[in-house]
Design a protein around this ligand. Structure first.
Ligand code: RP5
Length: 170
């Protein structure tokens, strides 16, 4: 598949329990008009399917956002097989609070990078993918700048309200 025919972003998660956070990345992509495909593929529970997905991903996607929790090998193994940028989302976990996922994703060996966002950082993962794609897409860059300007405006409005009603009335 030629580069222009690729789906801009592949979203992959280890379990449906990751869906809520992965959805935050998808929401940003939807809002900024970026195409994506979302899959649930477990590197541990279905390794053969995972290998097939990650190898085919080279023909299919420009960027992959991979989210996983606990011993979160999915993003790192995706980066081992996929040639493009991989953004990892460490999922918050009930036993270790997501530090398990964070360490598993961020501590990659030299040579195989995963751009790791915060624990449960779905929105920033989506925005980081947008920033990467916007380097070669001026229209997307303009939409991204408007998104950032709108964010700023919402903080300005919050401060105006604080000044108006005070912290007790807020
Ligand atoms: C990982 O294990 C998934 O990414 C998920 O975050 C975690 C727990 O999975 P489930 O037991 O909820 O399916 O593979």
């Amino acid at each position: 598949m030629s580069d222009t025919k690729k789906i801009p972003v592949g979203l992959v998660m280890g379990s449906d329990s990751d869906l809520e956070i992965m959805g935050k990345a998808a929401d940003v992509l939807d809002e900024l008009g970026v195409g994506y495909e979302m899959r649930i593929i477990s590197a541990h529970r279905e390794p053969d399917e995972f290998f097939e997905y990650a190898k085919e991903a080279n023909e299919r996607y420009k960027i992959i956002i991979a989210g996983a929790g606990k011993a979160a090998h999915l993003p790192g193994m995706t980066a081992a097989l996929f040639d493009g940028p991989v953004i990892g989302i460490p999922m918050k976990t009930s036993d270790l609070g997501g530090v398990d996922s964070l360490y598993s994703i961020v501590q990659m060996p030299s040579g195989i990078p995963v751009a790791t966002v915060a624990i449960n950082g779905g929105m920033n993962a989506g925005l980081l993918a947008v920033r990467m794609l916007a380097m070669e897409d001026h229209d997307l860059l303009a939409r991204m700048k408007k998104f950032i300007a709108d964010q700023k405006e919402s903080v300005v409005k919050k401060d105006e309200k604080l000044q108006e009603v005070g912290h007790r009335g807020y």
